[in-house]
Design a protein around this ligand. Structure first.
Ligand code: NAD
Length: 491
């Protein structure tokens, strides 16, 4: 097996700037830890505002330099080679994500088709970027058309919860459109981004096109968001940080794309195929220990089946195999850090204080080997009222709050009754009802009789406080393009 060589924790993983592996100017480093054991996994260079500035300058030079001369076919060729390289090294990427943030290896390996498919999708988009010729009513003989041009230097800031796919979501459209980037990965899981940056260079991406600068969000991230020569920030993370990015972007009126948090409703009607809905709804929240932005964290169940359905989900939760993600039979890994574990635990306390009943899980696992890591039992809370904090605020852990409803209108009112609008689910055999409810939900994605399915071609993003902009699909590539109108009068 092609395991990453992480034994040497004293070897610092350097920043990637202008095609070189460099130490930060101030020489600072930080540790990234394995959440399954609490042990140091690697030491990583910690960039600050000065390093961000050097990286932005390199990205600007690359944007105006040889990269701008690459034809769409040449960018496509590079992307396809990059896809092949990532594919060839996929076992290493699976293991890196499992070790760095805890996602079970069965899940990290299972994303192969999607991850490689994403890169190949962006490759296909290189040659699909076109402007339009525009009929017009201007006097004289006027020929008008639009060009689609890359927006320029992109600052990309990612979270820790799905390093491989969330980094590809940032790199893909940059390479497809001819932009350049400075990528600031999350401090809790920076290793995959660094390895992707290295492979991109090997695949022929010119120096300076992809710069990777790990560092603290409040230092390196903030400097990137505020930098006057960054044209756009593509941010994925919490809504609290999203607000700071908006604030920081004001100086040069940057374009923004914000993929933020959620409190997504998963609605189960009494007429659903319950044998599918039970595992579907359960894994819609417990997959990746609930650390998925669009996790179905509010389970809305029609009252006539509420008790029986919630009991089945609770039984399913109790049967899940919690363990170290490197073991192939593990279904639920740890949460990413001690900080995240404490945050989830505090919500467990809040829910109980608010009157919710814990019918599965509810505790940290303290015995044996798992006691060294940050393992939480998959938790089901019953008798939850929509106004409770545990039904309104994003917990980002393996906790589902089950809320009863009576009629479809009630389900819609509750579903739409939070500040967020990222994902949602509807389980019913009634197609007409599925359409009505899907149209009524204010969220970027509605999954019907499934949950959480993602595809490189299907746009993903938020309504309301879940942010704006879309990743995947044609819409995503558009976000990295500016429209230029050319109005040419003859004679
Ligand atoms: P976070 O907002 O704390 O951090 C995200 C990134 O922002 C990190 O790289 C961090 O270093 C950086 N950052 C922190 N403060 C910053 C600042 N002041 N300026 C600039 N950058 C800063 O989020 P997290 O805890 O890493 O991730 C969890 C959150 O991400 C959840 O809310 C989750 O829902 C959301 N998320 C959303 C999506 C989506 O596609 N909508 C996907 C994954 C995760």
């Amino acid at each position: 097996m092609n395991r990453p060589n992480l034994e040497q924790t004293d070897v610092v993983r350097k920043l990637i700037i202008d095609g070189k592996f460099v130490m930060p100017v101030a020489g600072q480093t930080f540790g990234t830890y394995n959440p399954a054991t609490g042990e140091l996994l690697a030491t990583v260079a910690q960039g600050d505002a000065e390093d961000i500035d050097i990286a932005v300058k390199a990205a600007r030079r690359a944007f105006e330099g040889p990269w701008s001369k690459f034809t769409p076919f040449q960018r496509q060729e590079v992307l396809l080679k990059f896809a092949d390289f990532v594919d060839r090294n996929f076992e290493e990427f699976s293991m890196l994500d499992t070790l760095d943030m805890g996602m079970p290896i069965s899940l990290t390996r299972g994303r192969r088709q999607r991850a490689i498919g994403m890169i190949r999708f962006y490759a296909s988009m290189c040659t699909a970027i076109t402007g339009r010729t525009l009929p017009n009513s201007l006097p004289g003989d006027v020929f008008a058309y639009t060009l689609k041009e890359p927006v320029g230097v992109v600052g990309a800031i990612t979270p820790w919860n799905a390093p491989l796919t969330s980094t590809i979501w940032k790199i893909g459209p940059v390479l497809a459109t001819g932009c350049t980037m400075v990528l600031k990965p999350a401090e809790d899981a920076p290793l995959t981004a660094l390895r992707l940056g290295e492979l991109a260079l090997e695949a022929g991406v010119p120096p300076g096109v992809i710069n990777v600068v790990p560092g603290l969000g409040t230092v390196a991230g903030a400097a990137l968001a505020a930098h006057m020569d960054v044209d756009k920030v593509a941010f994925t993370g919490s809504d609290a940080t999203g607000r700071q990015i908006i604030e920081a972007s004001k100086g040069n009126i940057k374009r923004l794309m914000l993929e933020l948090g959620g409190k997504s409703p998963d609605i189960v009607f009494a007429d659903a195929d319950l044998d599918r809905a039970v595992p579907g709804a359960a894994m819609g929240i417990f997959g990746n220990s609930g650390q998925i932005c669009s996790a179905g964290s509010r389970l809305l169940v029609q009252r006539s089946i509420y008790d029986a359905f919630v009991e089945r989900v609770a039984d399913f939760a109790k049967g899940l195999k919690v363990g170290n993600g490197v073991e192939t039979e593990t279904q639920i890994g740890p949460v990413v850090s001690s900080r995240q574990m404490k945050r989830v635990q505090s919500y467990l306390g809040i829910g109980v204080d608010e009157g919710a009943e814990v019918v599965a899980g509810g505790s940290r696992i303290v015995e044996g080997q798992l006691g060294k890591g940050y393992f939480l039992e998959p938790t089901v809370m019953k008798n939850v009222v929509p106004t409770m904090r545990v039904a309104q605020e994003e917990i980002f852990g393996p906790v589902v709050t089950a809320i009863p409803f009576d009629e479809p209108e009630d389900a819609l009112r509750i579903a739409n009754g939070t500040a967020y609008g990222l994902g949602s689910g509807v389980w019913t055999r009634d197609v007409a009802k599925a359409h009505v409810v899907a149209r009524g939900i204010r969220s970027g994605t509605v999954w019907v009789n499934c949950y959480g399915l993602l595809d490189p071609v299907i746009p993903f993003g938020g309504y309301k406080m879940s942010g704006y902009g879309r990743e995947s699909g044609h819409d995503h590539v558009e976000e990295y393009l500016a429209t230029k109108s050319i109005v040419l009068q003859n004679g």
